[in-house]
Structure formats: structure tokens, C-alpha cells
Design a protein around this ligand. Structure first.
Ligand code: ADP
Ligand code: NI
Length: 218
């Protein structure tokens, strides 16, 4: 089946829907995740249509803007895919992936009830976008949006935060590297994801080294 027209319709739908989205989850984030997903799937046995649709639709409705409601995104994705006459099994798989994507979900290991190679692929692509040069830019963009300090030597990172504390934390952005970004490398599922993560991880370590040098006036 030639699914290129469906992919193009999905791109148009997502671009339109994310027109006013915040910087960290805008169309360009989705586009990067889409490209990385395709790259990873060249080396994985996955359903190419499922991973591409899931990559495109995974951030269609950020719960942060819907009172924390995590059902809006899956609902919008379902309606859209139905309108495109996509078959039930594909819709179901794509929606499962969207529901299980977020980092927060993976913190509660007990609540993870679904797994597939397709989920692993898109999840790797999404996590990779929080690493490396782009990941650094997104972190400081997020911190700036929240009016947080870049760094404060008197506020150490907290590696034992619960989901609630993590949400409420107003810690400096550098702490986010230790609390999340530097932990992502170990969470990669696929071989290609691991390889790409290694490079981006090292880039973040080099960045931090330079950051402290400049901070300390060296
Ligand atoms: P995701 O969409 O990957 O589940 P989030 O919505 O938590 O993740 O984050 C989106 C982007 O904002 C990511 O690049 C992430 O690193 C960044 N971000 C999230 N929380 C913080 C924070 N406390 N400080 C700095 N950056 C953050
Ligand atoms: Ni995302």
C-alpha cells in the first residue's frame, strides 16, 4: 500500500494543530523525532507506517496545556486516523504508543503495561531530542520560560524526586542535566538509539565541563 498521501495528510494536520505550541514541543520537535524515527527504523524490524504515524502524532496535545489531561492527545489522534480510514489495528497500536511515550510514564515502571518494537523506536527518537545540542537548547529554553536560574552551586541536583516533586521543582536548569538528561543514555531501547545517544551524551558532558570552567572564571 502506498501510504505517502496519508503521511502527508498527517504532517499537514500536525503542523496546523501545533501552530501555537510552545518551543519545546513545536512542529520542529515533531519533525526531528519523525526523521530520527525513520533513521532508527532502517535498522529495526518495525511496521513503518505505525512508527511514522506515532512519531508525527506523539505530541499532538501536550497535557500541560489541558489541565494535565493525558487523554486529549490519544483522542485527537484516534479521530484524525479514523477520518483517514486507517485500519483499526494500526490506530490502536499508534494510540498505545502515544499513551506510553512520556518520560514520566517510564518513571513508574509498574504502570508500564504495553511494549512493542515500534514504541521502543519512537521513544528512542523522542528521548534523543532531549539530548545533545538540541537537548541543551530545549532545556535552557524551558528553564527560561519558567524563569529559572541557569545554575546555582548551592542547589545540588536531586536524584530521588518523586513524580510530584519533579513537576513542582523550580531548580536551576543545570540540575535538569543530572536529574534527567544524563540518564537518558541508559534508557535507550534500540542499537541505533544507543549509538546516537552515546554521541549526544558525550557532547553534554563536554558542554558541562566548559560551562563550569567559564562559571569559575578559568
Ligand atoms: P517529553 O515531552 O520528552 O516527555 P517534557 O515535556 O518533560 O518531556 O520536556 C520537554 C523538553 O523540555 C525536553 O527537552 C526537556 O529536557 C525539557 N525540560 C523538561 N523539564 C525541564 C526542566 N525542569 N528543566 C529544563 N528543561 C526541562
Ligand atoms: Ni516529544
Amino acid at each position: 500500500m502506498n501510504y505517502e498521501p496519508l503521511i502527508q495528510n498527517t504532517i499537514d494536520f500536525v503542523k496546523e494543530t501545533l501552530q501555537n505550541a510552545e518551543g519545546g514541543h513545536d512542529w520542529f520537535h515533531v519533525e526531528r523525532v519523525f526523521h530520527t524515527t525513520k533513521l532508527i527504523s532502517q535498522h529495526e524490524e518495525v511496521d513503518a507506517l505505525v512508527v511514522q504515524l506515532a512519531a508525527l502524532l506523539h505530541d499532538i496535545a501536550d497535557p500541560k496545556f489541558y489541565n494535565g489531561d493525558e487523554s486529549i492527545g490519544p483522542g485527537m489522534a484516534t479521530n484524525f486516523l479514523k477520518s483517514q480510514q486507517v485500519n483499526e489495528a494500526t490506530i490502536e497500536h499508534v494510540v498505545q504508543i502515544i499513551q506510553h511515550m512520556s518520560f514520566k510514564n517510564s518513571l513508574d515502571k509498574g504502570s508500564v503495561t504495553f511494549s512493542s518494537k515500534e514504541l521502543e523506536t519512537v521513544q528512542d527518537a523522542d528521548r534523543l531530542d532531549a539530548m545533545g545540542a538540541i537537548g541543551i537548547a530545549r532545556a535552557f529554553n524551558y528553564g527560561g520560560f519558567k524563569n529559572r536560574a541557569l545554575y546555582d552551586p548551592d542547589v545540588p541536583p536531586n536524584l530521588k524526586m518523586t513524580k510530584e516533586e519533579y513537576k513542582k521543582s523550580n531548580a536551576p536548569t543545570i540540575n535538569h542535566f543530572y536529574e534527567k538528561l544524563l540518564l537518558l543514555k541508559e534508557k535507550m531501547n534500540t542499537e541505533t538509539g544507543k549509538r546516537l545517544a552515546q554521541e549526544r551524551h558525550q557532547f553534554m558532558l563536554d558542554y558541562l565541563e566548559q560551562f563550569y570552567k567559564e562559571w569559575n572564571g578559568e
